[in-house]
Design a protein around this ligand. Structure first.
Ligand code: ADP
Length: 229
């Protein structure tokens, strides 16, 4: 079976003189995996996640998702691929202020051509799945950080993406809310969602099935390849 995600010698640098943020990364992730990306601040973790999530393009190398080389797609095609294949969760939640949880989640389907009533029906289901069925009319400022992150996860998942990408999803939460978010991610993974998460939390990373360590834009260790060697 071919991997869900494959990076081949991906490189990306920024600025002048160039800073190499991603320095020839090759990585393969199968359907159903739960992968932690770890490494010091500035090592290139967010750059890598943005490249995987098609928010950024590599200077060279290939990003292949479900067999499709997304690095070769034009902007319009890329938006379509992103909307159907990838869900994002960020440390800062990125919810629309003043908009109910239901509509924040429903907006996750805006670019999928789903009619409004159907978007809201699916959003309600997604909110129930993350344990927020009782908060659908709440606005972000009426919710705790943990609840806001659940809304963000529901929004990321409402379109049933192949891949959930999370950049420090517990970074803004107290430890108890953070643990609850990690439990939720585990449940989602148990029910088949492939997840790649950036974390500074060593305990969290160690508790996940696979750890990929990045330093200076390179993969310096990958627990999956250590096992198979
Ligand atoms: P991490 O997520 O591990 O903290 P980043 O991927 O954010 O690391 O950054 C890796 C390196 O690339 C850093 O040196 C950072 O300053 C640089 N970098 C990242 N994004 C940009 C950008 N958009 N413009 C310029 N430099 C960037």
């Amino acid at each position: 079976m071919s991997p869900l995600l494959e990076l081949r010698e991906v490189r990306r640098s920024y600025g002048s003189p160039p800073v190499t943020a991603c320095d020839g990364v090759s990585l393969s992730v199968d359907q159903g995996e739960f992968v932690a990306i770890v490494g010091p601040s500035g090592s290139g973790k967010s750059t890598l996640l943005n490249l995987i999530g098609t928010l950024d393009r590599p200077d060279s190398g290939a990003v292949i998702i479900e067999g499709m080389d997304v690095s070769a797609l034009g902007d319009a095609e890329l938006s379509g691929v992103r909307a159907s294949l990838i869900g994002f969760v960020f440390q800062q939640f990125h919810l629309s202020p003043g908009v109910t949880a239901l509509d924040n989640v429903a907006d996750g389907l805006l670019y999928r051509g789903v009619p409004r009533a159907k978007r809201r029906e699916k959003a309600r289901e997604a909110l129930e799945k993350v344990g927020l069925g009782h908060r659908i009319e709440h606005r972000p400022h009426q919710m705790s950080g943990g609840e806001r992150q659940r809304v963000a996860i529901a929004r990321a998942l409402v379109g049933s993406p192949a891949l959930l990408l999370a950049d420090e999803p517990t970074g803004n939460l107290d430890s108890r809310s953070g643990e609850a978010i990690v439990s939720l991610l585990r449940e989602l993974n148990d029910s088949g969602t492939t997840i790649i998460v950036i974390t500074h939390d060593n305990d969290l990373a160690a508790s996940l099935p696979r750890q990929v360590m990045i330093r200076d834009g390179k993969v310096v260790s990958d627990s999956a390849s250590e096992v198979s060697q």
